[in-house]
Design a protein around this ligand. Structure first.
Ligand SMILES: [Mg+2]
Length: 363
């Protein structure tokens, strides 16, 4: 039978730095702009598990992380190194698996046929050991029949673990986990589910049909996932990503243009940061709005050439957002639940990365 292996390198940037600087082993390490070197609006790019114990996590403003973990050792990011090592890891995976789908700089999904869970697990442990001995990098691997279940298994296996979930055990494995473990379920969906008494994945089996419909495609996915039979994996090309996006679900639905524009600006920075991590340029910018009634509207525009950095993304995202809001005001005037900013027509970038401080964080 076919198994999906979901591999995630643990605290990737930190691990890359540790292999070159063994004195960082066992220390609270943060990759990002060191606030002690002067005021910065930059964010944490990666934090070691020792720093995470203090509440530090990636995308947190560096100044906040410094308050939470004053003893942290800060390391400036070396994107060249991270993308080179990532490519080396993928190269090894390609020699070991027929199909490798890179999902981000530190995540990839592979497929292979194995007759049973024990042989799939042996394979995962062998790959994990090979990555450790070849690259001196820790990783976690989740193995299941579907990518979504494999991804959740990886998160449960972290750090440095392997978790195999055979198809007939998927429903039982998922049942006690929080709905927040599901990719795509954010605080707002969690809140909506809590209103109907659903907190754990198993409870999604009794999700009322009205709520399921309200959530659209996600509702269907959640319902099927609770039965251990998620929707089919997306077909993805091995040639690389075609789009990236970042989104924000508001604590309260809003039609306040200032709030929406501030969010579009922050999301553009966040997205530009993740594109820079993967050394990708973009040509098309899109903005999507999910309204209070869960309907979606989207608008996109293609720019004259390949772009990089947050500026072009932000300018275009705000322009598209204003167009969408203006069109909405002429009609139903619904409030916005979730705002997303997307980048499409991506290409690999050549040349130097954009400096880190081009990506200020908002608050
Ligand atoms: Mg990772």
């Amino acid at each position: 039978m076919r198994w999906v292996f979901y591999l995630d390198l643990d605290a990737y940037y930190v691990s890359c730095e540790r292999r070159d600087r063994p004195e960082l082993e066992g220390q609270p390490v943060i990759v990002g702009p060191d606030p002690k070197l002067g005021p910065t609006r930059g964010v944490v790019l990666s934090a070691s598990y020792e720093a995470r114990k203090n509440g530090v996590h990636s995308a947190m403003p560096a100044s906040r992380a410094a308050q939470l973990c004053p003893e942290a050792i800060w390391v400036a990011p070396d994107f060249e190194k991270y993308s080179r090592v990532s490519e080396e890891v993928r190269g090894l995976l390609r020699t070991r698996f027929e199909k490798v789908v890179p999902l981000s700089i530190d995540e990839a999904a592979m497929q292979a046929e194995y007759p049973d869970a024990a042989s799939a697990e042996a394979r995962a442990r062998a790959v994990q050991e090979e990555i450790r001995s070849t690259f001196r990098l820790p990783c976690s691997i989740g193995v299941a029949a579907h990518r979504t279940v494999a991804k959740i298994a990886t998160d449960e296996a972290k750090p440095a673990g392997v978790k195999v979930v055979p198809p007939d055990a998927a429903a039982d494995f998922l049942a006690p986990l929080s709905v927040r473990s599901i990719p795509g379920v954010g605080p707002k969906t969690e809140e909506l589910l809590a209103e109907v008494g659903v907190h754990r994945i198993g409870e999604l089996r009794s999700l009322p049909p009205a709520v399921r419909r309200r959530l659209g495609h996600l509702g269907e996915e959640l319902y099927r996932l609770a039965r251990g039979e998620p929707l089919a994996d997306p077909e993805e090309e091995e040639s690389g990503p075609r789009s990236r996006s970042a989104d924000r679900t508001f604590f309260e639905d809003t039609s306040d243009v200032a709030i929406l524009e501030a969010a579009a600006s922050a999301l553009s920075e966040e997205l530009a940061g993740s594109l820079a991590k993967e050394r990708l340029t973009y040509r098309t910018v899109s903005v999507g709005l999910r309204w209070e009634d869960f309907q979606r509207t989207q608008r996109s525009r293609t720019l004259p050439g390949n772009q990089e950095g947050p500026e072009g993304l932000r300018t275009e995202a705000i322009r598209l957002l204003r167009e969408l809001v203006r069109a909405e005001r002429a009609g139903q005037a619904r409030r916005v639940r979730t705002l997303s900013v997307g980048a499409e027509r991506l290409s690999e970038r050549v040349g130097r990365p954009v400096p880190l401080d081009s990506f200020p964080s908002v608050k």
